[in-house]
Each structure stands twice: as structure tokens, then as C-alpha cells.
Design a protein around this ligand. Structure first.
Ligand SMILES: NC(=O)C1=CN([C@@H]2O[C@H](COP(=O)(O)OP(=O)(O)OC[C@H]3O[C@@H](n4cnc5c(N)ncnc54)[C@H](OP(=O)(O)O)[C@@H]3O)[C@@H](O)[C@H]2O)C=CC1
Ligand SMILES: Nc1c(N[C@@H]2O[C@H](COP(=O)(O)O)[C@@H](O)[C@H]2O)[nH]c(=O)[nH]c1=O
Length: 376
């Protein structure tokens, strides 16, 4: 018998199962036999694999879910094959677990579900949608793997405890040993939301472009000087965040757009906040008007100390600073930042990245492939 190549096999499956492509995912990701979800404390390879799929799905919606967190969920069968991967898209729409359950139901696969892999503990309360813990109980799922416990203090009784009380095996990833790497990715995904839950304020990322001499100022007649790849990254960061923080000084110097242009933005996103720091409070009315036309909800901030609360009140979970050297000095002196991405344009046309994290070891910047391994 001549086996089809992966490509041929994939085309055969797609022809057989329609254009959506979902079974392509299942087939190519089917794992070797021997996956035993009840087998012990360490994470089976299929679960690790499913966590990555769930994180990827959640990451596609980072920047669209605020004030909710981005979450992903994969449902697996007995053999460890991924049946469906769901993500949370927007506040008020179904959570990741419900998306994955609904996908399985549509595909006639719900009866095969045995293991749920979720980047965040399933909710156990009725908010704008029903409790995901109960939705999972209504499926044949026996094992639930959780990346991070829910940091939301307003959520009474965790979904993990509820599922355990109903005889489900619940595994919460540990921060040491073989589970640590995936737990860290889940914590990176959740970092802005977890901070927002603790403080009511957004996670604040500084993005700073530097030339080879260490200057932040662009050459005359230009507003940027980093490479095309770094500008793409800057726009992907804008897409992932809920607010841009800039200043009166930068607006007067650059008349910057600050919107997402080099990559596709989330469709139908609620207006992103443009926070303009200015001591005088005087910002050109034509600039404000044009920024609103670009889709921003503009907020003028005359006291930078009040900025985190102001943004938190607007439901901003992750904000990015795009400002010049004077405001960055203020932000650093006042500890108003959480992570700091420096992009240095080298003379050979390449850029170097470095990341500082003010406290701890978690940064959502690690979700971006080119920053995943960047050193401080
Ligand atoms: N390389 C890079 O990553 C970037 C470079 N730039 C460059 O930086 C230059 C502009 O820098 P600069 O003029 O120093 O401007 P900054 O962007 O550093 O902002 C300074 C302005 O911020 C406002 N401000 C300062 N402190 C506070 C405070 N405590 N509360 C509220 N508002 C405050 C004031 O605005 P006001 O005067 O209105 O009161 C002040 O003029 C431009 O050349 C631009 O191209 C800009 C962004 C990024
Ligand atoms: N110079 C510089 C940046 N600077 C920031 O980008 C703004 C211009 O944004 P826009 O008008 O939307 O293209 C500029 O005013 C400043 O805030 N960003 C970068 O990624 N790389 C760069 O080299």
C-alpha cells in the first residue's frame, strides 16, 4: 500500500470533510497511541500539545477581550486527539470552553470529549454568560487541565473546586518541573488581566525605539527609524493592547497616527483609548478630531499619576506607551511601568530587542514569537 504524503493526506481529508479545515487540524495533530490522561502527576504530551493550541487560539484575540481576559480551551478525546479549540472573542460573548463545546457539538463529536485543557480556571458564576464549570459537567469530560487559577476576586468559589466536588480530575499546572514552561506561557497570557484584577489598573508596557547612538529622536522629516519587521511588531502590539499612551510633545513633533495599520486590526473592536499626557491640557482640536475618526476614544490626562486609575476606569487591561524621552523619564521615575521593550536600530539595518520586567518574571511580551526568548 502506498501511503499518501502528509500534504496529500491533508487534501484528502479536507475534500472529505469540507472547506472549514478543522479536521486537518485534528488529523495532523493526532498523537501516538498510549495517551493516558489519568496516568499520574506529570503532563501527558497530548495535554502539553493541547495547551499550546489553546494558548495560540487565545492569543489571536488578545486586544479584543477587555475587560475580560483572553482564554483558550481545547477538548480532547480518549486518544489525546484535539477535537476542537475555542477562544474567548469579546466580553459578553461565549467563553472559550463554551466555544469549544459548541464546536464539538456542531461536529457531532461531543460524546467523544474526555479531557478539557483550559488556559484559565473555568468560571463558576453567572455573569454575562453561564458558568463554564457546569457546561463542562454536562459533557463526558473527566479530566480538566488548568493553566492558571482565576485571579478575579469577585468570582465566588473557583471552578476547579466545583469540578473536583463533582468527581472530575482537576490538574492545575505547577510552577516547577515539567509543567513550569507551559504554566509560564499561560501566566504571560493572563498577566494584564491578573494585574487589572488585583489593582483596577492596566498593565503598562513601554515601547522605546533607540538608534545606534542611544537617541530616541527620529531623523529630520521622519517619525520612525526602526526596521519594517519592528514596525510590524509595533503595530501587532497596538492591536494586542487596549490603549496607547502618548503626549502633547510627541503629537506636536510627529502628528502620529498611533492606530493599527501595518497588520489587520480586530474587526469591530470597541474604540481603543488614546491617552494624551499633557501638563498644559492643550491639545490641537484638529488632532483630537482626526484621532476620533481613526477610531480612538480620546482621553486627555494632565496628571500622569492619575493615568493608571483613569485607564482602569475605562476598562483598559493593557496599555502601551509610545512617547518621547521626557515622558519615559517620568514613567520610569514613578514606577508607572510593568515591562519595557527597547528596540535598538543597529547600523547594519537590523534591530535588537531587549525586555525589562519591573517585578517578577512574567510579561505578555513573551506571547510575540520574536520576543519569546529575548533576554533582559
Ligand atoms: N523613539 C521612540 O520610541 C519615540 C520617540 N519620540 C520622539 O520624541 C520626541 C518628543 O519628545 P518630547 O518632546 O520629550 O515629548 P515626550 O513625548 O517625552 O512628552 C513630553 C510631554 O509630556 C507631557 N508631560 C510631561 N510630564 C507630564 C506629567 N507629569 N503629566 C502629564 N503630562 C506630562 C508634557 O506635555 P505638554 O507640553 O503638552 O504639557 C510634555 O511636553 C519627538 O521627536 C518624537 O519623535 C516619541 C515617541 C516615541
Ligand atoms: N520612532 C519610532 C517609533 N515612534 C513612535 O511611533 C509614532 C509614529 O506612529 P505612526 O504615526 O502611527 O506611524 C511616533 O510618534 C512615536 O510615538 N516607533 C517605532 O516602532 N519605531 C520607531 O523608530
Amino acid at each position: 500500500m502506498v501511503l499518501p504524503s502528509i500534504r496529500e493526506g491533508r487534501q484528502m481529508v479536507l475534500r472529505a470533510l469540507g472547506p472549514s479545515g478543522w479536521m486537518e487540524y485534528c488529523v495532523l495533530d493526532a498523537l501516538p497511541q498510549g495517551f493516558t490522561p489519568h496516568s499520574g502527576p506529570d503532563m501527558p504530551a497530548a495535554v502539553a500539545h493541547a495547551f499550546r493550541a489553546a494558548v495560540d487560539e487565545a492569543a489571536r484575540h488578545v486586544g479584543a477581550t477587555a475587560p475580560n481576559p483572553p482564554v483558550g480551551c481545547a477538548l480532547l478525546d480518549d486518544a489525546g486527539t484535539i477535537l476542537a479549540v475555542g477562544g474567548h472573542h469579546r466580553a459578553g460573548t461565549p467563553h472559550a470552553e463554551i466555544q469549544a463545546i459548541n464546536l464539538c457539538r456542531e461536529r457531532g463529536l461531543l460524546d467523544r470529549t474526555r479531557t478539557a485543557v483550559v488556559t484559565l480556571e473555568p468560571c463558576n458564576h453567572t455573569g454575562r454568560t453561564g458558568p463554564c464549570s457546569q457546561a463542562l459537567l454536562a459533557t463526558p469530560v473527566r479530566d480538566v487541565w488548568i493553566g492558571v487559577r482565576d485571579p478575579n476576586p469577585h468570582v465566588e468559589g473557583g471552578g476547579a473546586d466545583y469540578l473536583r466536588q463533582h468527581d472530575r480530575q482537576v490538574h492545575v499546572l505547577r510552577s516547577t518541573g515539567p509543567q513550569a514552561e507551559i504554566q509560564a506561557i499561560c501566566r504571560s497570557l493572563l498577566a494584564p488581566f491578573a494585574h487589572f484584577m488585583r489593582t483596577g489598573q492596566p498593565w503598562i508596557t513601554v515601547k522605546q525605539a533607540l538608534d545606534a547612538t542611544g537617541s530616541m529622536l527620529p531623523p529630520a522629516g521622519r517619525t520612525t527609524f526602526t526596521s519594517a519587521a519592528s514596525l510590524d511588531l509595533a503595530h501587532r502590539l497596538r492591536r494586542a493592547t487596549d490603549a496607547v499612551i502618548t503626549t502633547g510633545g510627541t503629537i506636536r513633533a510627529d502628528n502620529p497616527g498611533l492606530n493599527v495599520r501595518r497588520v489587520a486590526d480586530h474587526p469591530d473592536r470597541a474604540p481603543r483609548v488614546l491617552a494624551i499626557c499633557t501638563r498644559t491640557g492643550e491639545v490641537d482640536e484638529a488632532y483630537l478630531q482626526a484621532a476620533r475618526v481613526r477610531g480612538f476614544a480620546v482621553q486627555v490626562c494632565t496628571d500622569i499619576a492619575a493615568l493608571p486609575d483613569m485607564l482602569g476606569m475605562a476598562g483598559v487591561t493593557w496599555a502601551m506607551v509610545e512617547a518621547g524621552p521626557r515622558l519615559l523619564a517620568e514613567i520610569e521615575a514613578r514606577d508607572l511601568w510593568h515591562d519595557w521593550l527597547a528596540i535598538t536600530a543597529c547600523t547594519d539595518g537590523t534591530d535588537q530587542y531587549s525586555i525589562r520586567i519591573r517585578e517578577g518574571d512574567v510579561t505578555p511580551l513573551r506571547l510575540f514569537p520574536e520576543l519569546a526568548a529575548v533576554k533582559e
